[in-house]
Design a protein around this ligand. Structure first.
Ligand code: FAD
Ligand code: UQ1
Length: 374
């Protein structure tokens, strides 16, 4: 049995930032991170990889090079959560005990819930999806090979990460774009006939659409290892206090990022703001005090790339109220905002966010609004 003061499950945006913040504070050997992946991807770049503007290699770094040195990396999947005994178990059966736990396993992509997938991706070059490294590289070639017919862009019937991404790729394929059918859920792909079967969410009627190309956004859920644990609600999301990030039943457990039930749009920008809150509140709990030092305000953001070189920077909270950083009209398409998306955010992500040193733009927003903003 291994024991750590703090165990973090998941080494994506939220988990990696948490590992850095707390191994700095707690010292060498006290923090462990459980993460099976070899590569850490900056997923927001995939919109531009799909659009043919960046290369897939530019979106990833070896996991070992981004996780902190002072933290123990357990390169495995976590398969059991036992919060009543403050322990987790890895795939090889290692039991790991903790005093404090941070859950940051992100979202699972459920392509398999669409009949014919994922196999159809290997059969038809005109099927693509910006949500996975293996399929995002198919998007640009599909656009180029597209001649005429229907280009279909799907949006699933579940919460998803970066809800703006399905439309960004549609804008980037804009001239081929014909017609949008809302409330239609993709349930089957027949690559041999180039047919997509959709079900209407209200009438449950099914409709067959011929497609020439199709960008698929899969249904998403939390990773299955979390289901049926006491950490999650009936929909599988980790139940945390939306302001403090502390678990609602287990005070020594916190959650961050896409896998939580915080009612805000799931983005890395949201994760950045949450890291600052997690740092203060978990430190307070470790010191034997309450988790009420800082409150998350629901900040999230989605740079909507509308064309190469153009971007609308949408920033809002969990009520959909704008929380804009810059003192100009952000609802306009701007080249400067595109520059943030393409060049500044990737840099900010690798050099600060995943090292726990970028807690979102709140301070900049307040300064630029002369203290008049929330
Ligand atoms: P992730 O970063 O997904 O990390 C989860 C980690 O948990 C992974 O490393 C995974 O291997 C690991 N894991 C999973 N299961 C287990 C397990 N059982 N045991 C151990 N480890 C496990 N955000 C923005 O802010 N702006 C954007 O423009 C933007 N665009 C996007 C475009 C696309 C195409 C995509 C896919 C995402 C985009 N996002 C964007 C969203 C952003 O990438 C996510 O919100 C962010 O990565 C969430 O961080 P996370 O730590 O919660 O999860
Ligand atoms: C952000 O902080 C961030 O993290 C580096 C992103 O990358 C994933 C973003 O896409 C956005 C929009 C932000 C928010 C920051 C500003 C300055 C608008």
């Amino acid at each position: 049995v291994r024991r750590y003061d703090l165990v973090i499950v998941g080494g994506g945006a939220g988990g990696c930032a948490t590992a850095h913040m707390f191994s700095r504070k707690m010292g060498r050997g006290r923090v462990a991170i459980i993460e099976p992946a070899d590569v850490h991807y900056y997923q927001p770049l995939w919109t531009l990889v799909g659009g043919g503007i960046k290369k897939i290699e530019q979106s990833g770094k070896p996991m070992g090079s981004v996780l902190p040195q002072g933290c123990e990396w357990i390169k495995e999947k976590c398969v059991e959560f036992d919060p009543d005994n403050s322990s987790v178990t890895t795939e090889s059966g290692q039991l790991i005990r903790y005093q404090f736990l941070v859950v940051a396993v992100g979202l699972q992509l459920n392509y398999h819930l669409i009949k014919g997938l994922p196999e159809a991706f290997d059969i038809d070059p005109m099927l693509c999806s910006n949500y996975m490294s293996k399929y995002v590289v198919k998007t640009r070639p599909a656009m180029e090979a597209f001649k005429e017919g229907n280009a279909i862009f799907t949006f699933p019937n579940t919460p998803i990460k970066c809800a703006g991404a399905p439309q960004k790729i549609m804008y980037l394929t804009e001239h081929y774009f014909r017609k949008v059918n809302f409330r239609h859920n993709l349930i089957e792909v027949r690559p041999e006939k180039k047919e997509a079967i959709f079900q209407h969410l209200d009438t449950l009627e099914t409709k067959v659409f011929p497609y020439e190309m199709m960008h698929i956004v899969p249904p998403m859920s939390t990773p299955k290892e979390l289901w049926d644990t006491p950490l999650v609600d009936s929909t599988g999301y980790v139940t945390v206090n939306r302001e403090t990030l502390q678990h609602t039943k287990y005070p020594n457990v916190f959650g961050i990022g896409d896998n939580t039930n915080i009612p805000t749009s799931k983005t890395a920008a949201a994760v950045a703001s949450q890291t600052g809150v997690l740092l203060k509140n978990l430190c307070s709990v470790i010191a034997g005090k309450e988790a009420n030092i800082e409150k998350y305000d629901g900040y999230t953001s989605c740079p909507l790339v509308t064309a190469p070189g153009k971007c609308v920077m949408a920033e809002f909270d969990w009520d959909g109220q704008p929380l804009e950083t810059f003192p100009f009209d952000q609802s306009k398409e701007r080249r400067t905002m595109y520059h943030f998306k393409q060049d500044i955010f990737p840099e900010l992500y690798w050099s600060l966010l995943i090292r726990g040193r970028w807690h979102g733009p709140a301070l900049i927003r307040k300064a630029l609004h002369l203290g008049m903003s929330r």
